[in-house]
Design a binder for this molecule. Structure first.
Ligand code: DUC
Ligand code: ZN
Ligand code: ZN
Length: 484
């Protein structure tokens, strides 16, 4: 038989737009994309359904210790399972280097965890918290050659943060080896100063988390990171943009021609700081950094996603249970400073955006696909193997029912968290079946894949880096410090 799988009559979203097509799959790859294909060994009619590229969640913390040493509630099995039920077929979590860690050991140990447990394909970013000479000049080139071509750095969190000098070192290394730097932009001293003041006044309720993480801490750090990137003429991706001012700062840099890219997440579209203001410690369920802000910021993030200021929509899944093992190390006496920061969102990322973006007419289906899949592949060097439905690409897609309505309840999700910040929301539009390299991962409400079925994806040079190099050669970007 010509195909292992033929998916018939779906409304398929390709790079040319939406069209009713059949998809023929052989050996995990899309071999044909047209009407009237021959029968596949497995042959499924999906008339009336959308067939969209499998999502890529390029920002998720899985089986990772927080800055305060708390392990995430999800391991690779539960996180990848949950991602798959939400229409995602590739995850890119972080091999996290803590201070003093040997980078090569960090990567080896983390790769082992993923290999044993992931049900879908995965790539890795690094977190760099110890950019020593040895890390940057000896280990990093090997790690990048092995397919990890992006790394996250922090401007806050005592145990992760880099100072500006170190950030310049990291940008310089990224430039030399062709990697993408992702930055968590918050001014550590602003947060630390407000936090000390609040705690000294006995203000410990979760709602003060949003006070300590003032929007100016975010916009100042965003502006500073952009300045460092411009100084070096090295591209930068600002992760989890939350505030209106940060969106404006990013947009202004882009207008000036700086190669600045940005990401946002469901919590900044669908939650606000008011959600944190709940009785007792309940608000801890909504605490992440940066925190959800106000309706004006939500609006700015929506606009940024729609007008291209922000190119990727990820979950920043950082799952902690609502108990002593996670969010509440001191039970009901936990202060805002002691709570583990982070929200679950790996499963609802795509359904929430589909429901509130596509269903409401705010965004086209093509924009949805770009924000949840294609742009991630381009940004991190996986395109066109991943992120698109085209002949020659991996057969990663999800069949969506655009009319299916469900009310979100934590126990319908497939993570290991025990709550969701989106409890009680009506969501219209859900993936019914999810295929990764032609294998059914989710079908008829059941998980079909097994732990370890996912494959490691080595990333190539991120496209924005290549583009920047070309621009430098053509003299469009001035290399301020060193000759190109
Ligand atoms: N903030 C982060 O930077 N990472 C994980 C969770 C969070 O809230
Ligand atoms: Zn972060
Ligand atoms: Zn994060």
């Amino acid at each position: 038989m010509e195909f292992d799988l033929t998916l018939r009559n779906g409304l398929v979203c390709t790079e040319e737009g939406l069209a009713q097509l059949d998809i023929g799959v052989k050996d995990g790859v899309i071999k044909a994309l047209q009407t009237g294909l021959s029968a596949g060994a497995k042959d499924v009619d999906v008339r009336g359904r959308y067939v969209l590229p499998g999502g890529i969640d390029s920002h998720c913390h899985i089986e990772q210790l927080s800055g305060m040493g708390v392990m995430t509630a999800d391991d690779f099995y539960t996180a990848s399972r949950s991602a798959a039920f939400g229409g995602t077929t590739t995850i890119i979590p972080f091999a996290a280097q803590r201070q003093g860690d040997d980078l090569l050991e960090v990567v080896r140990d983390y790769a082992h965890l993923a290999r044993e447990k992931s049900v879908i394909d995965y790539a890795f970013h690094l977190i760099l918290s110890d950019p020593s000479e040895k890390t940057l000049t000896e280990h990093l080139p090997d790690v990048i050659a092995g397919g990890i071509t992006s790394f996250k750095v922090y401007m806050t969190y005592e145990s992760w943060k880099l100072d500006d000098f170190q950030l310049l070192d990291v940008l310089h290394a990224a430039d030399r080896y062709g990697a993408m730097v992702m930055v968590h932009c918050e001014n550590n001293d602003i947060i630390r100063w407000i936090t000390r003041r609040l705690l000294s006044e006995g203000r410990v309720h979760p709602k003060y988390h949003a006070v300590a993480h003032d929007p100016l801490a975010e916009s100042e750090a965003t502006n500073r990171a952009i300045a460092l990137s411009r100084l070096m003429s090295v591209p930068l991706l600002i992760v989890h943009v939350a505030g209106l001012e940060a969106v404006r700062v990013i947009h202004a840099a882009q207008v000036m021609g700086a190669p600045i890219y940005a990401e946002s997440c469901p919590q900044y579209l669908f939650l606000t700081a008011d959600d944190i203001d709940k009785p007792g410690v309940e608000g801890a369920k909504f605490c992440c950094s940066p925190p959800p802000r106000d309706p004006q910021s939500q609006q700015a993030v929506w606009e940024g996603l729609l007008n291209g200021t922000l190119q990727v929509f990820s979950s920043d899944h950082a799952p902690y249970r609502f108990d002593e093992t996670g969010k509440l190390p001191r039970g009901d006496a936990t202060t805002f400073k002691q709570m583990a920061n982070g929200l679950p969102g790996i499963e609802l990322r795509m359904p929430l955006l589909f429901s509130e973006g596509v269903r409401t007419g705010r965004m086209s289906i093509e924009q949805f696909v770009n924000l949840t899949a294609t742009n991630h592949a381009v940004m991190y060097g996986l395109y066109p193997r991943k992120g698109v439905i085209r002949v020659g690409s991996d057969a990663d897609f999800a069949v969506w029912d655009p009319e299916l309505s469900k009310t979100v309840c934590w126990d319908m999700l497939h993570d290991n968290v025990g709550y969701t910040p989106y409890e009680g929301r009506e969501v219209i539009g859900w993936p019914l079946a999810v295929f990764n390299r032609g294998r059914a991962v989710v079908e008829h409400g059941e998980l079909r894949a097994r732990a370890g079925d996912g494959q490691y994806l080595p990333c190539g040079e991120p496209a924005p880096i290549t583009r920047n190099k070309k621009a430098i050669r053509q003299g469009l970007v001035v290399k301020k410090l060193f000759a190109a």
